[in-house]
Write a protein that binds this ligand. Structure first.
Ligand SMILES: NC(=O)c1ccc[n+]([C@@H]2O[C@H](COP(=O)([O-])OP(=O)(O)OC[C@H]3O[C@@H](n4cnc5c(N)ncnc54)[C@H](OP(=O)(O)O)[C@@H]3O)[C@@H](O)[C@H]2O)c1
Length: 251
């Protein structure tokens, strides 16, 4: 199998949550590979700052401000992208949140927000992207940034509804793949499931637990490398699942 990003050069990719962590690194690597990347986030200025550091690369990063917990903002983003940047060929559903609340006496609004961002936004953005790929006859690729918590649960304080949303992403990825197959579309769907990666998502974690976990963590570029691998496969090859764990991770 020959791995190459050549067929994506000049094509449009959308990365949600491109202002920090894993999403910022994926956006960077896609730009280095010659894609026109639209980075969606609430903190648009962070995406703009990243874009400046990439100005001498093969591709380009365009910042778009949207709160993806709001369906209408996702729809508006895809309409703007189609009109102003071009038809989407790659969607990276990356944005995610984890409040680290309790399931016994936690805040229902925090749970709702987590479901809206981690699950519903992934569904809505995928719907928008597939519609554009279908209309433009694009053999595209959707990558869902999942988690090892989308496949099994380990004992860590205050996991709240986060694993439930990631299990749902696992189910959504496979259901979408089958629906795409039934329509005979040539759009790939991949789940990428990281173990612990050192990003802002741990900012609200108990510092003692964080210091323990930090002994064994991945870097955002490790996950971006996994995404590029899945995207680099020839058109007839689908990498369905990429699980990336730090060596020695205790769970
Ligand atoms: N870090 C890990 O250990 C780990 C492990 C497994 C899976 N993951 C998954 O990897 C993905 C990225 O996480 P990360 O670790 O890179 O987290 P992060 O550093 O906290 O970044 C999260 C990103 O999501 C965006 N985001 C959050 N809420 C949003 C909203 N309402 N609208 C638009 N954008 C929003 C943030 O942008 P703004 O705040 O600017 O809007 C930010 O760019 C998530 O899906 C996460 O579940 C992470």
């Amino acid at each position: 199998m020959v791995l190459s990003m050549e067929r994506w050069v000049g094509k449009v990719a959308v990365v949600t949550g491109a202002s920090a962590g894993i999403g910022a690194e994926i956006a960077k690597q896609l730009v280095e590979n010659g894609l026109i990347v639209v980075g969606i986030a609430r903190r648009k200025e962070k995406v703009e700052n990243l874009a400046k550091t990439l100005s001498d690369k093969k591709g380009k990063l365009v910042a778009f401000k949207a709160d993806i917990s709001k369906t209408e903002e996702i729809e508006a983003a895809f309409a703007w992208i189609a009109q102003n940047v071009g038809p989407v060929a790659i969607l990276i559903n990356n944005a995610g949140i984890h409040f680290r609340d309790s399931l016994i006496d936690g805040n229902v609004e925090a749970w709702r927000k987590t479901i809206d961002v981690n699950l519903l936004a992934t569904c809505v953005a995928s719907k928008e992207a597939v519609a554009i790929m279908r209309k433009n006859n694009i053999d595209g690729h959707i990558v869902n940034i999942n988690s090892i918590l989308g496949h099994y649960i380990y004992d860590l304080a205050n996991l709240d509804v986060y694993p439930a949303t990631k299990y749902a992403v696992t189910a959504f990825t496979e259901t979408l793949r089958l629906e795409i197959n039934s329509l005979k579309l040539r759009i790939k769907v991949t789940s990428v499931s990281p173990g612990c990666v050192d990003t802002e998502i741990f900012n609200n974690m108990d510092r003692k637990i964080y210091e323990e976990i930090k002994k064994c963590m991945l870097k955002p570029e490790d996950i971006a490398d996994g995404v590029i691998y899945a995207l680099s496969t020839p058109p007839h090859v689908l990498v369905k699942e990429v699980t990336i764990k730090p060596v020695g991770e205790p769970f």
